[in-house]
Design a protein around this ligand. Structure first.
Ligand code: ISJ
Length: 104
């Protein structure tokens, strides 16, 4: 392989890496915007619960969401265990917000 051939390969690899990373950046931005919208909704739920003396957490609702999300993950070829962990992580933060709202 000549030095010009190897530098062409390097450039095409770098270009493909750049394209893939641009898509990753767009997806990360979409995730951030979707999470921000979700937290706007859950903040409203937190206010409603505090006003009506409802508990911050609703384990029955969470169980239904987990079943649904695991099914969605499976059909999207995403690891259902990962999807469940991610949802639990988000819900834990939401419940923390609801507890703060209830105390305020
Ligand atoms: C948002 C709610 O409050 C909590 C947070 C949930 C969520 O982030 O999806 C689900 C159930 C509750 O534990 C709710 O009750 O709907």
């Amino acid at each position: 392989m000549t030095s010009s051939e190897s530098s062409e390969i390097d450039e095409s690899v770098i270009a493909e890496l750049g394209r893939l990373r641009d898509s990753i950046d767009n997806i990360d931005a979409a995730v951030v915007h979707m999470l921000a919208e979700r937290f706007k909704c859950t903040q409203q739920v937190g206010l409603l619960k505090a006003r009506h003396q409802l508990p911050p957490a609703d384990p029955a609702r969470e169980a239904r969401q987990i079943v649904r999300l695991r099914e969605l993950a499976e059909s999207a070829k995403l690891d259902p265990a990962f999807a469940e962990k991610l949802l639990n992580f988000i819900i834990a933060e939401v419940i923390r917000h609801h507890e703060t709202i209830a105390k305020s």
